[in-house]
Design a protein around this ligand. Sequence first.
Ligand SMILES: [Zn+2]
Length: 81
Amino acid sequence: MIEIKACPFCGSITPVALHTEESYSPQSGVNHSMYTVICDFNEGGCGSSCGYKHSKEEAIELWNNRIGMNVELTKELDVND
Ligand SMILES: [Zn+2]
């Protein structure tokens, strides 16, 4: 089992799931699986996802290494046009 972190955007853990997609590769002429982690909108999540990777472990690592919600890092945005 691999530990997976809660969604950094909405804070939910229940809708966070591994998603598999079959992708056709013109170079090799075969289908291969790509993996991503999604915060499933249909399960009450916010619909965010991370990038696609060739292995489940890499996809989860990508998701887990996102900056969490409790960071102190901020920047100022100029909202006056
Ligand atoms: Zn979410």
